[in-house]
Design a protein around this ligand. Sequence first.
Ligand code: GLC
Length: 562
Amino acid sequence: MTDDQWFKSAVVYQVYPRSFQDSDGDGIGDVPGVISRLDYLQQLGIDVLWLSPIYTSPQDDNGYDISDYQDIDPVFGTLADVDELVAQAHTRGIRIVMDLVVNHTSDEHAWFVDARSGPESAKRDWYWWRPPRDGMEAGAPGAEPTNWGSAFSGPAWTLDEASGEYYLHLFSRKQPDLNWENAAVREAVYAMMRRWLERGVDGFRMDVINFISKDPALPDYPVSPSRAPYAEPGQVSCGPRIHEFLQEMHRAVFAGRDALLTVGEMPGVTIEEARLFTDPERAEVDMVFQFEHVDIDHGDGKWDVRPLQLTALKASFGRWQAGLAERGWNSLYWNNHDQPRVVSRFGDDGEHRVHSAKMLGTVLHLHRGTPYVYEGEELGMTNAPFAAIEDFRDIESLNHYAAAIAAGQDQDHVLGALRTMGRDNARTPMQWDGSAHAGFTTGTPWIAVNPNHAEINVEAARADPDSVLHHYRRLIELRHTEPVVAHGDFEMRMADDEHVYAFVRRLGDVALFVLGNFTGAEAAAGEAAEWADAELLLGNYDAPQDHGTLRPWETRVYRRDG
Ligand code: GLC
């Protein structure tokens, strides 16, 4: 293995700075807060820390709307704080990965302010401006240049009254899309990225990066029922120049630099595309975030929540494992700042919370790929008991609620979907201890702390050798110490079983057999009896009497050598 493949045995931890640790009592987490928790992360054993955006931002989408790429938002600290974070992390052997949000800027970014000043602006073409649809009046219903919907409800175009033209925003109207067809845009972005690398950061998580290339003809797409009369914005992804742009970025920014990590967030990406994006010989990105497994319980859109079908989940993971086995590389995740908490989603956040959180972590981390741990996942943090719409903060949830209620949907039904799938579930503050605001802040938190922090918190988990936290520590250690975890091949077992997840990993003479019971009842453990004489490397119960039966939410990792 060459050194530039170091990330295959690495584990990444994601911090959502707004919710991790507040240091100054304003109720919002910040960079000094992250620095103060680096020892915790070092003890957990992670290799890389990815920070969601901390750049200057009006915070319309919690920092995914950037108004200055070169500076830090005062709410999060200063550039000096970031330098300190990088230095302190490096001392602990932790690399820092920044979020890179360059599909769009904030509408308050100087580039857009200039572009909006009028059609003569030198920056006008840095964004997507279009007249109304042929034969229609600007502002008339349906006059938008295309039928594209915004990911945050409504149309993806907003009319600029002054010029009578519309600008494109696949996300909120405060997040105008950059025009990557314009070479000056690309050069400005690459220069900005180089400056961050020169500052000492170790790579980028690239936000919705497969959206940067759009079909320049801007065609209408089929209307998706959940967004009618609009088309799902994801259809715009992976335009004709996407590989060209990423290869150009690689040459301009990453070539000749070692030991970086690049991961492209790519909604809707297929396995075939992902193989191209992550084939090292093509020099694009190290890995992508795909969405198939986290869209698996969506019906007609994310708010149409369906029960998990385990066979479908296994089929999806199995396809990705096979598809990227020879070329390319997987990322592995259950959680991030956009997803509900996995223990509430695919596990049991009540009686079997601890068993099911450990089982989910084990199954994920034992796959082939680089695992990502989202803050609090290592504690088995759960979804939050949001009582009313006033408890939510996320623009996606608030806009959906307004649109759904205006369309006459039942309020309880809409709130139920927000409680299950809403992104705020991931964004409640990190639970450090059992005190008033969980040790997150001395002030009033920007979003309520989950009341279950009284039991679920770092302090309690540290003291309990059977905690989810210690289990995650062991999982991370296993990836570092067992080459088969990082480099072994993957073979799905029991593909047709609705209850049990099972697979084998192999490298040379070493084989692992991994089992996870996805139910709260006992389940038949397939071929596990044949592994009874093998070493039980990891589990979430005492050693079994009966190897052929799994207890509720039980996981086991058997290891055989030779
Ligand atoms: C990505 C981010 C999400 C954000 C969106 C727009 O999906 O993960 O949080 O809202 O892009 O930047």
